[in-house]
Design a protein around this ligand. Structure first.
Ligand code: ADP
Length: 534
């Protein structure tokens, strides 16, 4: 017997309509690419998204067309999210930090018809113009700031909006229709397109709004430092609309001074980003002697945050730290570590160690760990194996790619190796490809990196396995010295020896000025392996 309730599809347009109707006056504040901070509201974002959809339709854009963006976190980019997906097209965010060759491949694979580009990335778009199928070039600015460009028939975003002044009504789409597209940066093989649906987007937005994740609501102000081109800024642009949170967007200014200024002026309560953004931010706050006073909590994920960062946030600045884990294929939220009240009562160092765990699955994600034969492993906090997930916001396949990516029994293998403890807290010990096997024993590169970054002279650390005749593999520590500190390998190795078994301690340290970082802010260990013979 079926229930007798309405069948209403979960659509991205319903999020912006809700925000406009119910939280119309709540602010949306963005640092613009042109410079000034622009103040708007959810009502205005709704109205402008509608106009964008109408203007695009008039220009012949229709259902399922791919509309790409090469843009910072700004109001106009937000409007493209809603306008494009809402009209039934697919909002395809491009990562401007990728190599132009990779971008050309992705745009051709996606068959993007439109590109919305920030002024900052205009030279990049011009260099790509002959290699991609784009027909309509939209520069995310107004006519006054429109630069000279070689892009054919380029139009400013504001001029495009002005092309429509009708009464727009969003189409009634199927909730399983595609809404947005994001390619994973994949360190091996070609990039793969993750194609989110309206349904997965709305459910994920609901999930990340909950108290144990971003804790959003009308009393909150959230600033996603994580870019909109990285797994839709972890769903924050949707979740803020769903809950009526004030949304603050940093635009192109991601330096500590720019971020601190905006966090303070806009009284931001919650922000989110990768560890490599928070390390310099915390260093700047330490130098200044304070953090933005309104900031209550931060969610950090994307790669493993060092324990020293957690201790600094919680111990020095009294900011609650939430550790998140996820993947582009998971929209991206997979787990969050929010402490139980009992845990929170423990001393900072003790609970910070626990907070290096990636945390528990929210409703909407199921997890298991399996051995090499696919047999499920116990949740005892000790056994480790490949982490597999499933749920309504997990990818079932890639865009224009027939490869099977889920197991026969319906789970997505993440490529991460993890433990799960009896309380359900998952801990990533490594990427499958980064684990080091030395003398038959596994060494977690994340563990060694985390410990190394606890030494005051180490600003950044990456550990890779180097072939070794005797042991099979041995760990090599590649490090960047902290500002003003000596690159003293012996001191760092001795420090590691105090914290881990001797066979886990790397044999030597290679010091670099900087680690090679990929487009999504992760260390490119493949490049380190090439360089150091891993
Ligand atoms: P890519 O797979 O292209 O690097 P993603 O952003 O999808 O891009 O990265 C997902 C991967 O990032 C995860 O599979 C995991 O290895 C790593 N990751 C994400 N969050 C964390 C975290 N909190 N701790 C450790 N690793 C993480």
């Amino acid at each position: 017997m079926r229930g007798r309730m309405m069948e209403m599809p979960l659509l991205v347009s319903s999020l912006i309509e809700h925000a406009g109707a119910v939280y119309g006056d709540r602010p949306v504040v963005s640092r613009s690419v042109e410079g000034p901070v622009v103040r708007s509201t959810w009502r205005e974002v709704r109205d402008r998204s509608r106009r964008l959809a109408g203007a695009l339709q008039n220009r012949g854009i229709g259902r399922a067309d791919r509309l790409a963006t090469l843009a910072w976190n700004t109001q106009r980019h937000l409007e493209v999210y809603y306008g494009a997906s809402g009209m039934g097209a697919v909002c395809h965010t491009l990562n401007p930090r990728l190599h132009p060759g990779e971008l050309a491949y992705i745009m051709d694979h996606a068959q993007d018809r439109v590109l919305f580009v920030d002024i900052t990335f205009l030279p990049l778009a011009e260099a790509l113009a002959d290699r991609v199928p784009v027909e309509t070039w939209v520069v995310l600015t107004d006519d006054e700031h429109m630069p000279a460009t070689t892009l054919p028939d380029a139009v400013s975003y504001e001029a495009l909006l002005a092309e429509y002044d009708g009464e727009w009504t969003w189409p009634a789409l199927d909730e399983y229709d595609a809404a947005s597209l994001c390619y994973t940066s994949g360190t091996t093989g070609d990039p793969k397109g993750v194609l989110y649906s309206h349904r997965s987007t709305v459910l994920h937005a609901w999930g990340v709004s909950l108290p144990d994740v971003f804790m959003l609501g009308t009393g909150e102000t959230i600033l996603p430092i994580v870019p909109q081109f990285h797994a839709n800024a972890w769903g924050i642009p949707y979740a803020a609309a769903l809950t009526g949170a004030k949304l603050v967007q940093p635009g192109p200014r991601l330096d500590p001074a720019g971020l601190t200024e905006l966090l303070t002026a806009e009284e931001v309560t919650c922000c989110a980003g990768v560890p490599s953004v928070f390390l310099p931010l915390v260093a700047a706050w330490r130098k200044a002697g304070s953090a933005p006073p309104s900031l209550k909590r931060v969610l950090i994920g994307g790669s493993a945050p060092p324990q020293s960062l957690i201790e600094a946030l919680e111990g020095e600045f009294g900011i609650e730290f939430f550790h998140g884990w996820g993947m582009t294929e998971m929209s991206p939220l997979g787990s969050v570590n929010r402490l139980t009240p009992a845990m929170r009562a423990r001393p900072v160092a003790e609970r910070a160690r626990f907070q290096t765990k990636q945390g528990r699955a929210p409703f909407g994600v199921e997890m298991r760990i399996v051995d090499r034969d696919g047999g499920e492993l116990p949740r005892d906090g000790q056994a480790f194996g490949e982490l597999q997930v499933r749920g309504p916001w997990v990818a079932a396949g890639y865009f224009r790619d027939d490869a099977e990516i889920v197991t026969d029994d319906g789970w997505f293998p993440t490529g991460d190796v993890a433990t799960i403890d009896p309380a359900g807290y998952m801990q990533v010990t490594d990427r499958t490809k980064d684990l080091i096997k030395s003398g038959g024993e596994w060494i977690s590169s994340i563990d060694v990196e985390n410990t190394a970054m606890g030494h005051p002279s180490v600003a950044m650390a990456a550990v890779i396995g180097i072939p070794d005749d005797k042991w099979g593999e041995r760990p090599l520590l590649v490090a960047v010295a902290a500002e003003g500190a000596d690159a003293d390998s012996d001191a760092v190795l001795a420090f590691l020896g105090e914290h881990m078994a001797s066979w886990q301690v790397p044999d030597r340290v290679e010091w670099l000025d900087a680690l090679p970082m990929g487009g999504s802010g992760k260390v490119q260990k493949n490049l380190l392996r090439e360089r150091f013979g891993g």
